[in-house]
Design a protein around this ligand. Structure first.
Ligand code: DX5
Ligand code: ZN
Length: 222
């Protein structure tokens, strides 16, 4: 087994029962709750924004790991803080001033994260690594759950592992997209400390959630 953090993506939950779904994954052993915000512009899909997140906040004490797939971001940062986001992760392509955005997220009381698309080089993080508390490696193109893991992102995870170790700060290295119990050991070996999983957690109904989360940690048979 490993100490990897599991952050189930509620993109794969039943949207008609989001509060119950969050209580269920909390009880099933989730470490964080991954919340995918999509705007239909930065990515070709739409989900929800701060008012929905605020309504979900009382359903768990676990950190809200909020992944913004939207552009622009800056005008909404205080709304996400007010809604109860703990980690707020943005894509560098979402606006012209990523450093300013990360500063604003920290100033608003949240942990800043940066999300790296499959086609974005890891070097983009070098000038901002001291300003982030999470690096999220997208192992699918953002916008949809249920896609297949892109193997080439393993090398990028390894590159980030080396960068984080060299910088010495406690930065969460999270992978997002297509991770199931077969892929999980490979991303853990490459150096992640957190795994996002949507379809792999929410498959099989509520009674399967604890086993699904355990399987991602490598606790087979529990
Ligand atoms: C995709 C989202 C992911 C997605 C992962 O744009 O960022 O968080 O929900 O879903 P799975 O685990 O099904 O690939
Ligand atoms: Zn995500």
């Amino acid at each position: 087994m490993s100490n990897v953090l599991i952050s189930p993506s509620i993109l794969s939950a039943d949207f008609a029962s989001l509060g119950e779904e969050i209580r269920a994954i909390d009880a099933a052993g989730a470490d964080m709750i991954h919340v995918d915000v999509m705007d239909g512009h930065f990515v070709p899909n739409l989900t929800f924004g701060p008012p929905v997140i605020k309504k979900l906040r009382p359903h768990t004490d676990k950190p809200f790991d909020v992944h913004l797939m939207m552009s622009p971001v800056d005008a909404f940062i205080d709304d996400f803080a007010d809604a109860g986001a703990d980690i707020l992760t943005v894509h560098p392509e979402a606006g012209p001033h990523i450093h300013r955005t990360l500063q604003a997220i920290r100033k608003a009381g949240m942990k800043p994260g940066v999300a790296i698309n499959p086609g974005t080089p890891h070097e983009i993080v070098d000038p901002i690594i001291d300003d982030v508390d999470m690096i999220l490696v997208m192992s699918v193109n953002p916008g949809f759950g249920g896609q297949s893991f892109i193997d080439s992102q393993l090398r990028k995870i390894e590159a980030f592992r080396r960068k984080i170790d060299a910088c010495g700060r406690d930065i969460i290295l999270e992978v997002d997209g297509g991770v199931n119990s077969e892929v999980a050991p490979r991303v853990i070996e490459a150096g992640v400390t957190a795994i996002v999983a949507g379809s792999a957690v929410f498959k099989g109904g509520v009674d399967a959630y604890a086993g699904n989360i355990a399987a991602l940690r490598g606790e087979a048979g529990k």
